[in-house]
Design a protein around this ligand. Structure first.
Ligand code: PLP
Length: 380
């Protein structure tokens, strides 16, 4: 099955009891047992639920993975992944990860004895140099949030195999439509499905996809033991979202390319970070590794006062956290998504007070650009 077909059909079949074409929302906590130890594969909804099972089959197919597990949020999925480790274990993480990933590592899991090093994973040497005898995992985000840096996933997978680490990629920004890490040798893919996979900004969810049976057994056990699972209703919403993933991503890519090109021609814009621009430092790698360049752009307006004037003037673009919805969202990483990263560290990674991030929606590109243009006129 090709991607667009799998997006619509994988994991789902008409309901056998009624013929309903769409997977029902199975709002049930428990399932009647025919006798002791005899059931239809479902016992209690923390362990599994048919609507969740359908979504798990669907997204696993899109990532060309054998197994998929849906969680209550991207952070619940990331938390479960880090719980594969033991106190004293060391993890190498991209230095420009989602702020919440930094927060759970530094402010939650370090207290339980895990150790984290944040390095520039776009440089393979930096990853190898950060290794310690007890390194167990490498966790990469590409493209990163919000600097849009691109890491070579084949190279990371190779290093991980050589040193015996579990390799993990947060594929939220690219989605499986644009990038399939497992095909490049990566062990585990994690998602915030809250973003592009659902695509309509109306639920929260996380996902792990992998071909590794042992990782799957442990994560399924953690779902049962800890309980950070996705609700049936959210799974149903997400299923209707993934059906249109291919068409949405094509439009996000097309619109973002137009917006990024326009931004790069504006005198008041100091720099534009978009992997689709030839000026991007990893443009060639992105072209090789991804099917398209995605819908996320960041750009620098030079100062906090410029950014305030600009963000106060946008009308069509909604000033909001999050990304990946059909509507254009615009945000200020330094005070919003990345507020929990210490300022010195933030600025070192390029997340200055003047940096603006835009999640380009699927509206008319001309309308988006017109809104950005009128807001830019408010910048001195
Ligand atoms: C939003 C996001 C997360 C966290 O996901 P939630 O669903 O908000 O918990 C993790 N990684 C990336 C790249 C994200 O954008």
């Amino acid at each position: 099955m090709k991607f667009s077909t799998a997006a619509v059909h994988a994991g789902q079949r008409p309901d056998p009891s009624t013929g309903a074409v769409m997977t029902p929302v199975f709002l049930t906590s428990t399932y009647v047992q025919e006798g002791l130890g005899k059931n239809k594969g479902y016992e209690y909804s923390r362990v599994s639920n048919p609507t969740r099972t359908a979504l798990e089959g669907n997204i696993a197919a899109l990532e060309s993975a054998k197994h998929g597990m849906a969680f209550a949020s991207g952070m619940a999925a990331i938390d479960a992944l880090f719980r594969l480790l033991n106190p004293g274990d060391h993890v190498i993480v991209s230095n420009d990860v989602y702020g919440g990933t930094y927060r759970i590592a530094k402010m939650v899991l370090e207290r339980y004895g895990l150790e984290f090093d944040f390095v520039d994973t776009t440089v393979l040497d930096a990853i190898v140099r950060a290794r310690r005898p007890h390194t167990r995992m490498v966790f990469v985000e590409t493209p990163t949030n919000p600097m849009m840096s691109v890491t070579d996933l084949r190279a990371v997978a190779k290093a991980a195999k050589q040193y015996g680490w579990v390799s993990v990629v947060d594929n939220t920004f690219a989605t499986p439509y644009l990038q399939r890490p497992l095909d490049l040798g990566i062990d585990v893919v994690v998602h915030s499905v809250t973003k592009y996979l659902n695509g309509h900004s109306d639920m929260l969810g996380g996902f792990v996809a992998t071909n590794d049976d042992a990782v799957t057994d442990r994560l399924r056990f953690l779902q049962k033991a800890v309980g950070g699972i996705m609700s049936p209703f959210d799974a149903w919403l997400c299923l209707r979202g993934t059906k249109t993933l291919a068409v949405r991503m094509r439009q996000h890519c097309e619109n973002a390319m137009e917006v990024a090109s326009w931004l790069s021609r504006q005198r008041k814009v100091r720099s534009v970070n978009y992997p689709g621009l030839p000026s991007h430092p990893q443009h060639a790698l992105a072209k090789r590794q991804m099917k398209g360049f995605g819908g996320m752009i960041s750009f620098d307006l030079g100062s906090l006062s410029n950014t305030k004037a600009f963000l106060g003037a946008v009308r069509l673009c909604a000033l909001a956290e999050s990304l990946g919805g059909v509507e254009t969202l615009i945000s200020h990483p330094a005070t919003m998504t990345h507020a929990s990263v210490p300022k010195a560290e933030r600025v070192r990674n390029g997340v200055t007070d003047g940096l603006v991030r835009i999640s380009v929606g699927i509206e008319d590109a001309g309308d988006i650009i017109a809104d950005l243009a009128q807001a830019l006129r408010k910048v001195r």
